[in-house]
Ligand binder design. Structure first.
Ligand code: 5RP
Length: 226
């Protein structure tokens, strides 16, 4: 029986197989994305010619250690393929991200990407997203106001303890009782002054590689296939 880490690695290797010479690759954040960075580093060591942008300082450090050339995303408007983890992913390719706190940069890099694939072990695969905590990145100046608004929305907001994002901002983790209309929730969160980004990825994910006991299934946005 494969361990969770075996499955994260299997999903990562399957996604990294999509990377071709000459691509500019977006590198996600978290333990599953780290397996993808490792697999990409292995392919670079074997001669694959790519460049990459990263969604966090931690992923940048790992990628550089593995010999992957990292570009400053501030100079980049288009990424060919981004590979990232998720906290939940459903059959619509709707995802919740941000347990690792990098959802703002992850959303920006995903938006700039021609294709974004999520990699995950089967514990992340759900019928409908909504049980995982939904993080929002908040400008520290606005923290009291945003907490007040989220409390009024029954989001059960909790400021993440002793945590700052790579941008120096705060994260509030929300728990909505239900997430029946994720688009409405995403629009509401995006409209609150002081919230800089949130972990609902509703239009960004094109496909997901999900590993269960060593077997990887590919889920494409408009249906699933092996
Ligand atoms: C970071 C993320 C991560 O991709 C997500 O939390 C999954 O992490 P892990 O692979 O460690 O479970 O969104 O902001």
């Amino acid at each position: 029986m494969a361990s969770i880490d075996d499955d994260k690695k299997a999903a990562a290797i399957a996604a990294v197989a999509e990377v071709q010479d000459g691509m500019l690759v977006g590198l996600g954040t978290g333990s599953t994305a780290a397996f993808a960075i490792q697999a990409l580093g292995d392919r670079v060591a074997q001669g694959l010619q790519i460049r990459a942008v990263v969604t966090s300082e931690a992923s940048g450090k790992l990628a550089r250690e593995l010999g992957i050339e990292i570009l400053d995303f501030a100079t980049i408007a288009h990424v060919d393929l981004t590979i990232d983890g998720a906290d939940e992913i459903d059959s619509r390719c709707f995802a919740i991200k941000g347990a690792g706190g990098a959802m703002l940069r992850e959303k920006i890099v995903a938006a700039a990407s021609a294709r974004m694939v999520v990699i995950a072990d089967s514990s992340k695969r759900v019928d409908r997203i909504g049980a995982a905590k939904l993080p929002v990145e908040v400008l520290p100046f606005a923290i009291a106001y945003v907490m007040h608004v989220l409390t009024d929305m029954a989001a059960a907001p909790k400021i993440r303890d002793n945590y700052r994002t790579d941008q120096g901002n705060l994260v509030i983790d929300c728990h909505f009782a239900t997430l029946d209309d994720p688009r409405a929730t995403a629009a509401t969160l995006a409209a609150i002054p002081g919230i800089l980004g949130h972990g609902l990825f509703l239009d960004e994910v094109d496909a997901a590689y999900i590993a269960t006991d060593g077997v990887v299934t590919r889920l494409e946005r408009m249906g699933a296939s092996d």
